[in-house]
Design a protein around this ligand. Structure first.
Ligand code: G6P
Length: 595
């Protein structure tokens, strides 16, 4: 999704925004651009393609510089130099970078065209500078014009605007992420923390409706009620946390962080007891999980676990579909799961639930993100910054929180709970054993990398594990991979089996074990190559499959954690063999901030 940056300070602005935009590349984009207000005019550069090799070598005159920058992920209008941001008004006196969607842009554009405004791009964003231009005529200042202009906008926006002859940036936030980094004598706006860390670790998470007027060394925040004060929070991540630390890809680095992530997330909730106030779920009749992508799969695993341990019914909904259901007021707890805390569909589902008076709780990785502000309760995962578009360590951290919820809400005895917690605590070491043998998984990846279709199957907890395994595979290796409940194979997918379609089977040593082996026999009879993921004490499975990925033995209910780490590596190595752009797969974005 688009990334925006705005800088006002003593450094050379174009260099700052380019370097900050590079730290937002993980969000996914197809074009980039920046603008510098040099006092006389606005200099703009924008282009389709990657910003990674872009550098500004020429030195500018010293003094305060005012710049904005953008990485665009196309929504309205194809990726092109013209559609790339910044966009300007007719006279190129005002420039804007924007993340979000202006839903009423088409009627605004027609209105502005009829008044004589000339548009250059197909984007929704371009109406913003034109509206500011229109409002400027009857305003006393640039900021007054921006405030008047946003009254016309519907939809979502985080934008930063500059004017050719003003030492000022004006930023507005509504339903799209925007933070302000507060340095010594410099201010930097950005969509996310990695973009500001080089300059400051002091950050303000802006609220919807906030308008910031940033001038050299000072800023004011106003909203419809007047001037407001927002807390400055300290970020404890270092730039290195957000960088690759010698790994070939962020994804591999992040998979290798899984043991630390499990430890930190457990450490957040488990001391000598579970540190989770059960009041967030007091008196509820059911839990409805809303989430997208990998977070949705964490929710599906959470359903099995919470229902089994706590006996509370759980529904899991794609957040993007939740709004189309009849939301029934009652005693449901709506549990949003989102790594970024900014996924538009998940936020909309949480807001819709709230409007119906339902209690909301979110499992979130990014502190200060929108989900943390709109939910009644927040449970943090401690995965740290996740840069690779494909979620890995954040998924494992989400599972840990879901297990904690299930154990906390369950009627198990103290001793039974203790045993589960002890086993959870042993997982970092068990995950490390999988990581230490990643070479074996690389060997299996070599077998899979030549296929164009892979079927992942499982039963019970193995089914959502299979879904997530297939999602990882398809998003980064571009192999078509599908997750299926093993019992459903006969109802259609069997027609696809054969020597061109390998099957990856999740084997759990629980009540699904025998029947899974039967299903594998049926698959083998159709000549598909079969790869199993199973635990290292299970020797029987070797008689049924072509290859097996062995993970350390654990309680069957916890097996999705270990199996998923193995699947993350399997997808990673397969994509690497195929030469894919692993951290930034084509057409995908890390943070999907539009519905
Ligand atoms: C995008 C990302 C996925 C992620 C999903 C939900 O599609 O590429 O990795 O699972 O969004 O994101 P969230 O931040 O809400 O967990």
């Amino acid at each position: 999704m688009c990334g925006i940056v705005g800088y006002i300070g003593f450094r050379q602005g174009d260099q700052v925004v380019i370097s900050s935009l590079k730290r937002l590349e993980y969000r996914g984009y197809d074009s980039w651009g920046y603008a510098v207000a040099n006092g006389k005019e606005i200099e703009i550069k924008k282009k389709v393609g990657s910003i990674s090799a872009v550098e500004v070598k020429e030195k500018r005159a010293e003094g305060v510089t005012v710049s904005i920058g953008h990485t665009r992920w196309a929504t309205h209008g194809k990726p092109s130099d013209i559609n790339a941001h910044p966009h300007t008004d007719c006279d190129e006196e005002i420039a804007v970078v924007h993340n979000g969607i202006i839903t009423n842009f088409s009627s605004l554009k027609n209105e502005l065209i009829s008044e004589g405004h000339i548009f250059r791009s197909e984007t929704d964003t371009e109406v913003i500078p034109h509206l500011i231009e229109r409002c400027y005529k009857d305003s006393k200042s640039f900021e007054e014009a921006v405030i008047k202009a946003i009254k016309f906008l519907k939809g979502s926006y985080a934008f930063v605007a500059l004017k050719k002859d003003e030492k000022k940036l004006i930023a507005c936030k509504y339903k799209s992420p925007l933070i302000l980094g507060v340095g010594d004598g410099e201010l930097i706006f950005a969509s996310d923390v990695p973009a500001i860390l080089e300059y400051t670790n002091r950050v303000i998470y802006l609220n919807d409706g906030d308008i910031v007027i940033a001038e050299p060394g000072k800023y004011r925040i106003i909203n419809e009620r007047g001037e407001v004060v927002r807390d400055i929070e300290l970020i404890h991540w270092s730039i290195e946390d957000a960088e690759k630390s010698g790994y070939e890809h962020f994804m591999l680095k992040e998979i290798n962080e899984n043991p630390r992530v499990i430890e930190d997330t457990l450490g957040e909730y488990v001391t000598d007891k579970i540190e989770l106030d059960p009041s967030f779920a007091a008196g509820i009749s059911e839990i409805v999980i809303v989430a997208c992508g990998t977070s949705y799969h964490a929710g599906l695993i959470g359903k099995y676990v919470i229902e089994k341990l706590a006996g509370i019914p759980v529904r899991v909904e794609y957040a993007s579909e939740y709004n189309y259901h009849q939301i029934i007021p009652g005693r449901s707890l709506i549990l949003g799961i989102t790594q970024s805390g900014e996924t538009a569909d998940t936020l909309e589902a949480l807001r819709a639930a709230k409007r119906m008076g339902l209690r909301t709780c979110s499992i979130v990785n990014v502190v200060g993100s929108t989900a943390t502000k709109i939910s009644d309760h927040v449970l943090f995962t401690r995965a740290g910054p996740e840069i690779s578009v494909a979620a890995t360590k954040s998924f494992i951290a989400q599972l840990i929180v879901l297990y904690i919820i299930a154990i906390k809400l369950s009627p198990l005895t103290r001793q039974e709970k203790k045993e589960l917690i002890e086993e959870l605590k042993s997982l970092p070491e068990k995950v490390q054993r999988i990581l230490d043998k990643q070479h074996d998984i690389d060997e299996i990846a070599k077998k899979l990398s030549n296929f164009e279709n892979i079927m992942y199957i499982g039963r019970g907890l193995g089914f959502p594990t299979a879904l997530e395994g297939a999602l990882k595979m398809k998003e980064i290796s571009y192999i078509h991979a599908e997750g299926y409940p093993a019992g459903e194979l006969k109802h259609g997918p069997f027609a696809l089996l054969g020597e061109n379609t390998p099957v990856v089977a999740v084997i759990n040593r629980d009540e699904t074990y025998e029947i899974m082996l039967n299903n594998i026999k049926e698959v083998k009879a159709r000549e598909s190559l079969v790869i199993a993921v199973s635990d290292d004490k299970d020797e029987e499975v070797d008689n049924f499959v072509d290859f097996a990925i062995k993970t350390p033995e654990t309680l069957p209910i916890l097996s999705p954690i270990l199996h998923s780490v193995a699947f993350q590596l399997l997808a990673y190595f397969t994509a690497r063999i195929r030469g894919c752009e692993i951290d930034k797969p084509r057409n995908l974005a890390k943070s999907v901030t539009v519905e």
